[in-house]
Design a protein. Sequence first.
Length: 104
Amino acid sequence: MAKMGFIGLGNMGLPMARDLVKAGRQVTGFDLSKPALAAVEADGGRQISSAVGSVAAAEAVVTALPAARHVRSVYQGEEGVLAAAPPGMVFIDTSAAATAPSAR
């Protein structure tokens, strides 16, 4: 997959996004932090203004988020990435968080 969306460009996500760029992938990154967005762009990626926007620009989407509530808020609901995804979209969650529905 050449076009990758990346949601969560923090301590774990930014190095992973950088590695994808180095490997020749077209990375579109989203984060709430403007410095993180600038960093991914400086490394050859492209920044995007919303998590859902990453779906339209990618063949696969990677998430690296801090807690289960963040994972759920990005993926679920009418405005979540799952609702916006075309059939066959690949999602890879690398978040170091318990994501079970009962997790708080």
